[in-house]
Design a protein around this ligand. Structure first.
Ligand code: PEP
Length: 253
């Protein structure tokens, strides 16, 4: 048995001013205070809105993540933001290795691994994203791709506890496209990832790690995905930008 508490996390990407972000989290906080969800809830606003959102959420249970982190702690790295800076703001989590970072900004398994290690040094929990492209799925290499991303990304990272790691399986072909993996397609990859985690860190560790699904999750498909044995909630992009949709997904968990 496991006591994994599901997590629904909203990745806002490059959307919302600080004022708009504050308005959205105020609605979420009010609604969740009135009707407690059975899952944990997290939002990942852009860097420019983090301080305002953290301030607005003070005293609530909603957690806040950054969307990326640089691997050095300080120094001459113009434009980058470090893990100690993110921790200092009050974030608890960081999204690492999102497919948009891999595809558009040159993130690789090696740089993802360095970002993961930077998170752990600063007591931040990485939400480590992995997933195959459409070509990779169609050529039958989904499992090989996600296992490689997992192993290379985790590299020699040492975890004191399974609570220090969250995985997000996000098939690239399902992100922002309106196409989502079916529950059985998602479940089989989640189960393979948990098995691989078990090989590296032991079955007890693997059973405690949250594995989120991401890719066009909406209020009307969330429940069938979240009902799967190895799917512990979701990483939600587009649908996390509207309070009603995000709350609909939260209450599906
Ligand atoms: C994401 O960007 O992590 C994501 C899952 O996006 P969407 O829900 O819009 O597909």
């Amino acid at each position: 048995m496991t006591d994994r508490v599901p997590l629904v996390a909203g990745n806002w990407k490059m959307n919302k001013s600080a004022v708009e972000a504050t308005a959205l989290v105020n609605i979420l906080a009010q609604s969740l205070a009135a009707r407690h969800p059975v899952c944990d809830v997290l939002v990942a606003p852009p860097f420019t809105a983090l301080a305002a959102v953290i301030e607005a959420l003070r005293g609530t249970d909603i957690m806040v993540a950054a969307q990326n982190v640089f691997w050095e702690d300080s120094g001459a790295f113009t434009g980058e933001v470090s893990a100690p800076m993110i921790r200092d703001l009050g974030c608890t989590h960081v999204i690492v290795g999102h497919s948009e970072r891999r595809q558009l900004f040159g993130d690789t398994d090696t740089s993802v691994s360095k970002r993961l290690q930077a998170c752990l040094r600063s007591d931040l929990i990485p939400i480590f994203c992995l997933g195959e492209t459409l070509d990779q799925r169609e050529s039958g290499s989904t499992f090989a791709v996600v296992k490689r991303q997992l192993i290379e990304g985790l590299g020699s990272v040492k975890f004191a506890s399974p609570r220090q790691l969250i995985l997000a399986y996000e098939p690239v072909w399902a992100i922002g496209t309106g196409l989502n993996a079916t529950p059985s397609q998602a479940q089989e990859v989640h189960s393979a990832l948990r098995e691989e985690l078990g090989t590296v860190f032991g079955a007890g560790f693997a059973q405690q790690v949250l594995i989120l699904y991401g890719g066009s999750v909406k209020p009307d498909n969330a429940k069938s995905l979240f009902d799967c044995e190895d799917i512990d909630g979701g990483l939600i992009g587009g649908a996390s930008l509207k309070a009603d949709d995000f709350l609909g997904i939260i209450y599906s968990a």
